[in-house]
Write a protein that binds this ligand. Structure first.
Ligand code: FAD
Length: 470
């Protein structure tokens, strides 16, 4: 629990983090009972490896080995459809400015190299062959939190210590690891590195670069996984609407997610939904009557997309969106760049998106239509992300502002609290951002306080805010 709260840069809701930590071991055993082929130790126990941001004794006992693993097999990607659906229904999205850059995407293709590689002893080096993470995170080194490692890598590249002809990436070294560790624990990565970089990891380092990976933000929810909206400065539960997984913002990750916390989140909160529905509904209960025209709007949108006769192709606009977000909402952010990005994204969203051209109108395996619908969703997500990023005038977790380098809390936690006056919520940033998409394409912003108490303080005490260092 301590690691997740600290990893979140104290933006995570501690009731939800408590729930996650309490339920996680049960979820792993449940998976095992289903037959999940976990790697094993010699004693036959589930193999657990080191992952970034995980510690013993509340950050003071060194690296923890806590991540249950099946060799180096990992998860898949999120399309952003769920968030866009909820946003179109007039519900806000939460903390969308926090986008995680995974430190080790394979240079050129972006395919991810799991953090498990560093968990097994791999490390990053720059053009001088230096293991530079020892400078940025002397204790955790390459297993510092992902936001810290991605920023350190970006700084190395900006300072001219990148590798390759353009000095624009770095190396992940694992050839020093015993061959049997590579073969047994990292078979997937060995294969991917060969296919996407032509690298034999037993002899050469993998070229890597920080790569967009995960949205900490999403559909606001509570620890029961019920979706929330905000009315008159209070949370309101939206009856019968539930969200779990990457689409949701419960919020257990706050401003930065720890590696391995995503799959466990999908399991724990997915089960919470089933359990809560089981408690709330009785067999034979009737559904509420639905409006006769339910779904009409979706069908209209679907048809409008299918018969779009504009002059911009889906692929062109998708690339433009990607380029814009990469340029204006990247690892390091600042006011003028973000404002420029807001203007660019608004132009793409309000002028170019309605001008799409979809040539294939068929209804069987129509990938162009699917991509057009997904593009609409991704672009709506981008609008939430870039406006929220422009709005948050501080640096916290994955959100690093060059013009506001400090984290701004209700107190200055780098100094003794005695004698300090607590800042009111409108003067600090330890609060969730809620972004509301309007019909005209604009984004409205309000806030939600962070929940700082656990479900039961006798079982798990909350973790008070502190300076975050690794
Ligand atoms: C390469 C990689 C490695 C990762 N490694 C790890 C790791 O080691 N540990 C970890 O904890 N996390 C890891 N993650 C993150 C984790 O895998 C994801 O966050 C997690 O899988 C998200 O699960 P989800 O069920 O919320 O979403 P998804 O897995 O994206 O599932 C969403 C599902 O909804 C479907 N869908 C989408 N739109 C619609 C629609 N309109 N209608 C119907 N269905 C729809 C999709 O097809 C998909 O099946 C990794 C992610 C990646 C990309």
């Amino acid at each position: 629990m301590y690691d997740t709260v600290k990893g979140s840069d104290w933006l995570g809701d501690q009731d939800a983090i408590h729930f996650l930590s309490r339920e996680a071991p049960k979820a792993v055993f449940e998976l095992e009972n289903y037959g999940c082929a976990f790697s094993r130790t010699k004693e036959g126990k589930i193999y657990q490896r080191a992952f970034g941001g995980q510690s013993l004794r509340f950050g003071k006992g060194g690296q923890a080995h806590r991540t249950c693993a099946v060799a180096d097999r990992t998860g898949h990607s999120c399309t952003g459809d769920g968030m866009a659906m909820v946003s179109r229904a007039g519900i806000p999205l939460q903390d969308m400015e926090f986008v995680q850059f995974h430190p080790t995407g394979i240079y050129g293709s972006g395919v991810l190299v799991t953090e498990g590689v560093r968990g097994e002893g791999g490390y990053l080096i720059n053009s001088a062959g230096d293991r530079f993470m020892t400078e940025y995170a002397p204790v955790a080194k390459d297993l510092a939190s992902r936001d810290i490692v991605s920023r350190a890598m970006t700084l190395e590249i900006l300072d001219g210590r990148g590798v390759g002809p353009k000095k624009d990436h770095l190396y992940l070294q694992l050839s020093h690891l015993p061959r049997e560790v590579i073969e047994k624990q990292l078979p997937g990565i060995s294969h991917l590195s060969w296919v996407f970089a032509g690298v034999d990891v037993t002899k050469e380092p993998i070229p890597v670069i920080p790569t967009v990976h995960y949205n900490m933000g999403g559909i606001p929810g509570n620890y029961r996984a019920q979706v929330l909206t905000r009315e008159n400065e209070n949370d309101r539960v939206l009856d019968r609407l539930w969200a779990a997984g990457e689409t949701a913002c419960v919020s257990v990750h706050g401003a930065n997610r720890l590696g391995a916390n995503s799959l466990i989140e999908t399991l724990v909160f997915g089960k919470a939904i089933a359990d809560n529905i089981d408690c709330m509904m009785r067999p034979g209960e009737r559904h509420v009557d639905l409006a006769p025209d339910i779904g009409q709007q979706s069908i209209c949108r679907f048809d409008a997309t299918r018969y779009s006769q504009g002059n911009i192709t889906v692929a062109t606009l998708r690339e433009e969106m990607q380029r814009t977000m990469h340029k204006y909402a990247s690892v390091f952010r600042s006011c003028d760049i973000l404002q420029h990005g807001c203007r660019e994204m608004t132009r793409l969203y309000t002028c170019d998106l309605p001008n799409l051209c979809v040539q294939d109108t068929s209804l069987i395996w129509n990938t162009e239509l699917v991509e057009a619908l997904e593009l609409q969703n991704m672009m709506l997500n981008c609008m939430h992300i870039i406006y929220a990023a422009e709005n948050r005038k501080e640096s916290r977790g994955a959100h690093a502002r060059e013009d506001y380098k400090e984290r701004i809390d209700e107190y200055d936690y780098s100094k003794p609290l005695d004698g300090q006056k607590k800042l009111p919520i409108e003067k600090h940033w330890r609060k969730h951002t809620l972004t509301w998409a309007q019909d005209d394409g604009s984004i409205c912003i309000t806030y939600r306080p962070v929940i700082d108490t656990t479900l039961d303080e006798t079982e798990a005490e909350h973790v008070p805010p502190a300076v975050r260092s690794y």
